[in-house]
Design a binder for this molecule. Structure first.
Ligand SMILES: Nc1ncnc2c1ncn2[C@@H]1O[C@H](COP(=O)(O)OP(=O)(O)OP(=O)(O)O)[C@@H](O)[C@H]1O
Length: 235
């Protein structure tokens, strides 16, 4: 299985604090989850994939279809950001347009699609997350969980080569968490997700446990989540 992302001795220091410490992993599975305590470094690891965070030492390489070859996001952030769809934890950081339909359409702008195709993609993306009948309401009239689903829809509509999600189920009820899980399973491109939702992590192919900026366990979900529980029980 050839890796779509490789972290090679990645360290990241912010204000004298080591947020990431010597992370070396090659990710090639279809579904990878990152779990770990608050502040352990999961979001920062994800952010290295699209140059929202840049390693102080070591490097990240992305190798995805459509890229001219392996790309270091810190050096070519335009290429990385075009290939990587990033769903933020806080949908309000992402949802910017007055209505859901306009918000998904905005995310498609850089693809310069003909209007009928763009509109079809908007409709399909909203249908996928159960927001068809909310397409034209004010985004402020959506519930926070619906805004989180809208943020996922807007990113999925762009057909990213890699889907990165930072705690995508924090605002979702049980039914919508399942919908999100099914969505992750159905997406045809690789997905990496940071999550405190252990059911979501358990549905992935591989789970990395992050602690103090290091990957301290890296395994199939069963053993990795057991290691995570043991880590927190000891804390
Ligand atoms: N730009 C920054 N400036 C200062 N500190 C930062 C910065 N980015 C991350 N950190 C610190 O790095 C640590 C790891 O943060 P990160 O957001 O990656 O953790 P996390 O595992 O995603 O946590 P959570 O589960 O709470 O979302 C935290 O202590 C955070 O305060």
């Amino acid at each position: 299985m050839s890796p779509w992302a490789t972290f090679d001795r990645v360290g990241l220091r912010v204000d004298g604090v080591d947020v990431l410490r010597g992370v070396s992993v090659a990710l090639g599975e279809r579904r990878v989850a990152l779990v770990g305590a608050n502040g352990s470094g999961k979001s920062t690891l994800l952010r290295c994939l699209n140059a929202l965070a840049r390693p102080t030492t070591g490097r990240v390489l992305l190798d995805l279809p459509g890229l001219p070859g392996p790309v270091d996001p810190a050096r070519d952030h335009a290429a990385a950001r075009a290939a990587v769809g990033f769903v933020f934890t806080d949908p309000d950081a992402q949802v910017v347009m007055p209505t859901p339909a306009e918000d998904v359409a905005l995310s498609l702008r850089r693809l310069r699609l003909p209007v009928p195709e763009r509109d079809a993609r908007v409709r399909a993306a909203l249908a996928h997350v159960g927001l068809t009948d909310r397409a034209d309401v004010s985004v402020h009239d959506l519930s926070s969980g619906q805004r989180q689903l809208l943020a996922v829809a807007a990113v999925l509509a762009t057909s990213p080569r890699l889907l990165v999600m930072d705690e995508p189920t924090t605002l979702l009820d049980l039914r919508n968490s399942r919908l999100l899980r099914r969505t992750v399973e159905a997406v045809e491109v690789p997905v990496v997700v940071a999550t405190h939702d252990l059911d979501l992590a358990a549905s992935c192919d591989r789970v990395l446990v992050v602690d103090g900026g290091r990957v301290v366990a890296d395994d199939a979900p069963g053993p990795a989540l057991a290691a995570y529980r043991a880590l927190l029980d000891d804390a």
